[in-house]
Design a protein around this ligand. Structure first.
Ligand code: ADP
Length: 526
């Protein structure tokens, strides 16, 4: 069966998601809302699902067994970045390997106990240089999260650890909002490591400490740690705090508009963050195993200092998706919705390739298809194919297609979303600014719009005909914007193997181009 001969009038079969006891509630509720069915092993065949979303990673055998119509929400090997000691080692390796200052976005880090002697030497050296001024450090367990087990210290005698910890330079000049410390949670979705494809979410969270920043009291975690798991229980959580207000969270868009009011060059800051994200993912990309049909949603924790330099603190797999405050609800529901849209937008495009393989008898044979069809009436991916073949029926105008495809009561809103997205793809337009009113960050950082304009496959794209799935990934889906590849050179450098050196050179060129801007835009800071 090909896309062309899919029965265009047949009713669409809802997509099916699979969960386990660790799957966040919001994922399930968004999928149900979008018209997906929850997998029921008593009623359905073991392979009759399209998306498996859970908090823990999948075994390699599960990755190997995944079918062309299925997606897993984790990629194997991503813990390389999510353990604090691994992150530090990988970034240090990249800095050495490519002798570039681009990687100086992680605070100076030592892995304990191995680096203890080196750390003591650095500590003493700094003490001498600073004279009477204090030097501040933070010690964090390599594998714990939510601020557990953290010590902030300026006296070597306070450093206590038993298993693997990292000791890191404490950023003691954080950008303060109303005298409160904050950090950013930036969401990043890697839809493929081979070829490397990275999207960054244009909305996110800003997490505040709930007591005023004060270096004279390092024991006050409500002033020094921005984890909401800690600050939720602080005495000032419910109080209306100077500038910050009640609670301990803002949306990223609110934060950026606050910065603009202080005349901060928010675009430059966003560019630096995007660059940091690419460089970080690049540090692990060459060593992750090849695995199809999976994606990874990362949460990058980023601290901004009062020179507007972003520092990477941590990368989280399975970032928290609890909806315990209105800001979380606002950001995370839409986030999940957009992840699904992104994955299935790319999925649809890849499905075409996979399906081609299947009809050639490679990964998914005709006899397999027949067996499944006999057992279940239609194949799990046929809903996708039916949707796809209708969307691209060649004779209609884009508007006619949209009208004809408007969902009846039984259609899912998820498909509606995809239709809208396909319309966007057919007629590439300037995306409305989402995060910032003055700028469209992805256009400014990532000349992706120009890539589409100049890419050879552009010539083949005309209304009514989908873009060639083998060429460039979608520039955006919901609030996700493609940040890698970001030009012709990086598209090439990520397609035939991963040419890390060339990609870093391209990033260096971008950074150099921006440099004069940095000087010009020295801003009034708090
Ligand atoms: P966890 O995984 O336990 O949340 P993080 O590395 O995210 O550990 O650190 C927790 C919090 O501590 C951060 O959200 C931030 O507020 C603060 N923090 C961590 N590292 C530093 C640092 N190097 N400088 C300043 N503050 C830091």
């Amino acid at each position: 069966m090909t896309t062309e001969d899919a029965p265009s009038g047949a009713p669409l079969k809802p997509l099916v998601f699979r969960v386990d006891e660790t799957t966040p509630e919001v994922v399930q509720s968004v999928l149900l809302e979008c018209g997906w069915d929850k997998f029921d092993e008593k009623r359905q065949n073991v392979e009759d699902w399209n998306l498996y979303w859970r908090t823990s990673s999948f075994r390699m055998t599960e990755h190997i067994r995944v079918k062309p119509w299925q997606r897993l929400n984790h990629h194997p090997g991503t813990t390389k970045l999510t353990r604090k000691d691994h992150l530090a080692k990988h970034l240090k390796h990249m800095r050495r390997m490519y002798s570039t200052s681009l990687y100086e976005f992680i605070p100076l880090t030592f892995v304990m106990p191995n680096d203890y002697i080196k750390f003591v030497a650095e500590f003493c050296k700094e003490k001498q240089t600073l004279g009477t001024k204090q030097s501040y450090w933070i010690c964090k367990p390599a594998e714990l999260s939510r601020g557990r087990g953290i010590i902030i210290f300026n006296d070597l005698r306070d450093l206590i650890f038993n298993d693997t910890h990292i000791v890191q330079k404490y950023i003691c000049n954080p950008l303060l909002v109303g005298r409160y410390k904050c950090d950013l949670r930036v969401y990043v979705c890697v839809t493929s490591f081979k070829p490397l494809t990275i999207y960054v979410y244009q909305e996110g969270l800003v997490r505040f400490a709930t007591e005023k920043f004060d270096l004279s009291n390092l024991q006050d975690f409500y002033a020094h740690l921005t984890n909401s798991s800690i600050n939720k229980s602080g005495a000032s959580y419910g109080k209306i705090k100077e500038v910050v207000g009640q609670g301990c969270k803002w949306t990223l868009s609110r934060f950026f508009s606050y910065l603009r009011n202080w005349d901060v060059d928010d675009l430059l800051l966003w560019q630096k963050i995007n660059s940091m994200v690419i460089l970080t993912v690049l540090a692990m990309a060459p060593s992750v195993p090849l695995a199809d049909n999976c994606f990874e949603l990362f949460g990058f924790d980023i601290l901004i200092d009062d020179n507007l330099k972003p520092w990477l603190l941590e990368v989280n797999c399975s970032p928290a998706l609890s909806l315990d405050c209105p800001t979380n609800v606002l950001v995370k529901r839409k986030l999940i919705h957009d992840v699904i849209e992104l994955v299935y937008l790319n999925g649809l495009r890849n499905e075409d390739k996979e399906h081609g393989k299947a009809t050639n008898g490679n990964s998914f044979s005709k006899s397999d298809q027949c067996k499944l069809r006999e057992a279940h009436g239609s194949l799990p991916y046929e809903a996708l194919l039916q949707f796809k073949s209708r969307t691209y029926s060649s004779s209609d105008t884009v508007e006619e297609k949209a009208v004809r495809l408007l969902p009846k009561h039984t259609r899912t809103s998820q498909l509606r979303e995809m239709m809208n997205e396909q319309k966007d793809l057919l007629v590439p337009t300037r995306q409305a600014p989402r995060l910032m009113s003055r700028h469209t960050p992805h256009e400014a950082f990532v000349p992706y719009a120009s890539l589409i304009r100049s890419h050879p496959c552009k010539a083949k794209v005309s209304p009514g005909i989908p873009p060639d799935p083998g060429q460039a990934p979608s520039p955006h889906a919901g609030n996700f914007v493609l940040i890698f590849p970001f030009n012709e050179a990086t598209l090439g450098a990520s397609r035939n193997g991963l040419n890390v050196k060339q990609i870093i050179q391209e990033l260096q060129k971008l950074t150099n181009k921006r440099h004069p801007q940095v000087e010009k835009n020295k801003t009034n800071r708090r």
